[in-house]
Design a protein around this ligand. Structure first.
Ligand code: MEV
Length: 329
């Protein structure tokens, strides 16, 4: 949504972007294998207005923080709260804003640390709102590319898959030669994400898989190739709506992720607890080593959610076709 005053200046630009989850292909995608990721029905919303007192501010009632921003020096002065996400917003501002004073508001219903791509969603929404605010022409390709650079600058390493999905929405198949195809989602089944308070470190996990591969090139080579075959079979199973097959492939994929050293006791506990409480399939989603699992549980999402929530954190999600947009939701 864009609010314009009588002289035609944009007074407020609002953009929102979805979170994402990786269904198949984490880690093997680093070695030119395909992957399937999807946008989810949890979103980040950013609103930008001209500031009336000459100071740039950022406020989020959902995350309970408020800060004054120095956009030129990518620094801030906290008024309340402790927001890690602020670094992504400052980096996005640095790339696209003219440093004039603005007030930014962030609403977020993607839990931080859930592996649902809160940072990618916030980055994409911030960039889209900034482009609109400044009247800069943009398309999704440009936003996804810029958002990936912002994430890389903040984190050192970032998956282009996250920002691609948060920008485009829907379910995405990334092929071996990095071509993106979007499936149309008639796939209404429900998923539960389980996550612990220990966050995964993507860079560290990617490096540890690489080291294992260097020590065992033939074995890891075969495992990674098999992970790629799982992705291709999963694509067909999703298109034909074959839930049993999707679940079976998730469980096989989980075994292979364990074999490359990205599983943890907590993730394993959640994977098995989900299956015990009715999930047809469950696996790590994202880099592992902490972080999250995804459970596929048609008709059983309440049971699985409650079981995971007993010892860890859980959130029910649905897949979503909606990418970045300029409407308030
Ligand atoms: C992390 O979300 C996914 C990984 O495959 C890394 C990447 O794709 O860059 C582990």
């Amino acid at each position: 949504m864009v609010i314009i005053n009588l002289s035609g200046d944009i007074m407020e630009a609002i953009a929102s972007a979805p979170g994402k989850t990786i269904l198949f292909g984490e880690h093997s995608v680093v070695y030119k294998q395909p992957a399937i990721a999807t946008a989810v029905n949890k979103r980040a919303t950013i609103s930008i207005k001209r500031s009336t007192n000459g100071v740039s501010t950022l406020r989020s009632d959902d995350l309970q923080f408020e800060a004054e921003l120095d956009t030129e020096n990518k620094s801030y002065n906290l008024i309340r709260g402790k927001p890690g996400i602020i670094r992504y917003i400052l980096e996005a501002l640095f790339s696209t804003h003219d440093h004039s004073p603005i007030d930014i508001k962030l609403s977020l219903n993607i839990p931080i640390g859930s592996g649902l791509g809160s940072s990618a969603a916030v980055t994409v929404a911030t960039l889209a709102a900034l482009h609109k605010f400044h009247g800069i022409k943009f398309n999704k390709h440009l936003i996804a590319k810029k958002a990936h650079i912002v994430e890389r600058n903040v984190q050192g390493i970032a998956s282009p898959l996250d920002t691609l999905v948060c920008t485009n929405g829907g379910m995405i198949y990334l092929s071996r030669d990095k071509m993106v195809s979007r499936f149309n989602l008639n796939f209404k089944s429900s998923f539960v994400i389980g996550y612990t308070s220990k966050r995964g470190n993507t860079g560290k996990m990617v490096r540890s898989v690489r080291a294992l591969k260097n020590r065992n090139p033939r074995i890891l080579g075969s495992i990674i190739k098999t992970m790629g075959q799982i992705v291709d079979e999963a694509k067909l199973a999703i298109i034909s709506g074959n839930n049993q097959k999707i679940a079976e492939l998730m469980n096989i994929n989980q075994g292979l992720l364990d074999s490359i050293g990205v599983n943890t006791t907590e993730l394993s506990r959640m994977v098995y607890s989900a299956r015990r409480h009715g999930a047809l399939g469950s696996k790590i989603t994202g880099s592992g080593g902490g972080g999250s699992i995804i459970a596929f549980c048609p008709g059983k999402s309440n049971e699985v959610h409650d079981a995971l929530n007993k010892y860890d954190n859980a959130i029910k999600i649905a897949l979503s076709n909606e990418g970045v947009n300029l409407k308030y939701r």
